[in-house]
Design a protein around this ligand. Sequence first.
Ligand SMILES: *[C@@H]1O[C@H](CO)[C@@H](O)[C@H](O)[C@H]1NC(C)=O
Ligand SMILES: *[C@@H]1O[C@H](CO)[C@@H](O)[C@H](O)[C@H]1NC(C)=O
Ligand SMILES: *[C@@H]1O[C@H](CO)[C@@H](O)[C@H](O)[C@H]1NC(C)=O
Ligand SMILES: *[C@@H]1O[C@H](CO)[C@@H](O)[C@H](O)[C@H]1NC(C)=O
Ligand SMILES: *[C@@H]1O[C@H](CO)[C@@H](O)[C@H](O)[C@H]1NC(C)=O
Length: 387
Amino acid sequence: MLFFSLIILILFNFIYSLDNGLGKTPQMGWNSWNHFGCSINETIIRSTTDALISTGLAQAGYTYVNIDDCWASSRDLKTNFIIPDPIGFPSGIASLADYVHSRGLLFGLYSDAGYNTCAGRPGSFGYEEIDAHVYAQWKVDYLKYDNCHSFLTNKTIKERYERMRDALNHTGRPIFYSACEWGDMLPALWFRTIANSWRTTGDINDDWLSMLLNIDINDLFADFAAPHGFNDPDMLEIGNGGMTLNEYRTHMSLWSITKAPLLIGCDVRTISKESLEILTNSEVIAVNQDSLGIQGKKKRIDLVYNTEVWAGPLADGSKAVLAFNRANNITQTILVLFTDLGWQLTSQVKVRDLWLHKDLGEFQGNYTAYNIESHGVQMLKMTLITL
Ligand SMILES: *[C@@H]1O[C@H](CO)[C@@H](O)[C@H](O)[C@H]1NC(C)=O
Ligand SMILES: *[C@@H]1O[C@H](CO)[C@@H](O)[C@H](O)[C@H]1NC(C)=O
Ligand SMILES: *[C@@H]1O[C@H](CO)[C@@H](O)[C@H](O)[C@H]1NC(C)=O
Ligand SMILES: *[C@@H]1O[C@H](CO)[C@@H](O)[C@H](O)[C@H]1NC(C)=O
Ligand SMILES: *[C@@H]1O[C@H](CO)[C@@H](O)[C@H](O)[C@H]1NC(C)=O
């Protein structure tokens, strides 16, 4: 019975989604929070916009420039219009959005479905129509909508998030709607008609265990992701320094194969060459942006060796595959069985290493990934030749 209900729910999900034309593939861009927190201003956003272009990140697909919490200060007493922080944003949000647009990128803002944002700035609850109207006037392209200070509203998450969805729709401007209720009410099961993406987890931290916790929780909801509505295990930490380069490459691989939003969270004005290489690998990004939009998931877990095989289908009929060594301090060999990918013991399969842009040859029945470092992955594309 539960199984049957789940099938119905999944079918429903694929038929109906938020009808604003956005989010056909997971959103890509930059967000201020993971690196800057509340210490943001218009100078930082402008120079970040420039850096996204000069580093080639924009060219690689990272097109949204999103300001997180702390841009707003108060409301106009007469009109109730939201007022940007006059110290950090003296030129106003409209001129900042114009600047981002003039450089060919898209502009995102943040608000909250409660009385205040998480950092205590004015929230949008009760002001949804006014705020959406102002965002559209400013030519905002994206809204991340948080869930702090909402308990005393006595309104459900559904009602509060639908209010802003409808307000954004009433503006007539397509605005990407990114819901951030931290996965509390299992939004993957019912947010598809409300938002373009929904957080499935609490906030990520820049460390290995936090990254794993978020992607493991996110995996539980894999079947509910599809074009125009994706699971969001939170933003990237690559470049912030709390993990090794090997771990950041794993972070990028996991986010890509699971069709997670790719929102850079470091200071791209001072980004290292190594972090840039991780963020801009074209074949890895292509898995994330594949038009099929089906979330890859864990296909096999080996609890003895602490290794995993993740996989998901791609539009051209091939599979993206991750051979993942979760173990600490030991380099391991990981076996990928083609039967785990929906193929057979006799299947002949062509294998390509996506990080290295290198064809590895043809294999029958299985593929062995050798010498996978602790906390490392091999990310592969497998194409069936004969079943
Ligand atoms: C508003 O919603 C209607 C009905 O779902 C949809 O057709 C339209 O494209 C939406 N407009 C915007 C700007 O999201
Ligand atoms: C923004 O912050 C930077 C670094 O703290 C500072 O140099 C710059 O003057 C600030 N700009 C504004 C508009 O506050
Ligand atoms: C929410 O419910 C509490 C307890 O019933 C009540 O005291 C409070 O006034 C309500 N708040 C709103 C905004 O309705
Ligand atoms: C890995 O091994 C090194 C050197 O033996 C040790 O210092 C470190 O604590 C180990 N790390 C883990 C996660 O076990
Ligand atoms: C893997 O495939 C090879 C032939 O391609 C076969 O000899 C071997 O037994 C297979 N291993 C497993 C574990 O199935």
